[in-house]
Design a protein around this ligand. Structure first.
Ligand SMILES: [Zn+2]
Ligand SMILES: [Zn+2]
Length: 224
């Protein structure tokens, strides 16, 4: 077996305990694994940002006053720090189309998603333009590799950005690119994305679902 990140051969010592407990193989070698840093507590209770003490970060305090998005997202949980290692991995996965990397975070996703019982799992969609460029939706790929079933209740409208459409796109900047045709009846939702950056994308998606009748909306991302 080779490390999915550096492709070095991984030498495994399989002992009885591995056989008994069916220990899961790590897709990374020890060196690469050590470069992915889990976000630890204390963190912002809303967006998972690392903090010096428990509480709500400045960004989330701002969001709480936002006219459209103040109460659409209960919380986001992110697993890893978005450091150079994760940045490089996501770049290879998303932009170089290295589909094999979709399996990297299988185990983490399974363990975290278990905690959101009875929520509908919805991956954030990419626009059809991005889909054409990449050949796959990276978030669906992550879920599929983890064997987690999901529902595609959101559509993302192409607001981006071929040269010819640039002016039109500029006019639409700031509009919510998400839509849903589904009418919900108070179901709780767990949105999945690869990264939480400013939180805007996730809140836009959440607001569309809330308008369609969703109950509580939370999100889970690999990085932040
Ligand atoms: Zn490695
Ligand atoms: Zn926050």
């Amino acid at each position: 077996m080779r490390c999915l990140y550096c492709h070095a051969r991984i030498f495994e010592e399989v002992g009885w305990s591995d056989l008994i407990f069916k220990r899961v193989e790590d897709p990374f070698c020890v060196d690469c694994r050590s470069t992915f840093v889990e976000i630890e507590d204390p963190r912002c209770t809303i967006c998972s940002r690392s903090m010096n003490a428990d509480g709500v970060c400045g960004d989330c305090e701002m969001w709480a006053k936002h006219p459209n998005y103040s109460d659409v997202l209960i919380s986001n949980h992110s697993i890893y720090e978005y450091n150079d290692s994760l940045k490089e991995l996501i770049k290879r996965f998303k932009y170089n189309g290295d589909y094999a990397l979709a399996g990297c975070f299988r185990q983490e996703l399974i363990e975290h998603i278990k905690l959101y019982k009875k929520s509908i799992i919805i991956p954030l969609p990419v626009s059809s333009l991005r889909l054409k460029e990449r050949g796959f939706n990276q978030t669906e790929a992550l879920l599929e590799c983890a064997g987690i079933s999901y529902e595609n209740l959101l559509k993302r409208i192409d607001t981006e950005i071929s040269q010819a459409k640039k002016q039109k796109a500029a006019r639409h900047k700031g509009e919510n690119p998400f839509q849903t045709e589904k009418v919900l009846n108070g179901e709780n939702i767990l949105l999945i994305d690869d990264l939480y950056t400013t939180g805007t994308t996730i809140r836009r998606a959440a607001s569309v679902l809330k308008k369609s009748g969703a109950g509580e909306v939370r999100s889970l991302t690999i990085g932040r």
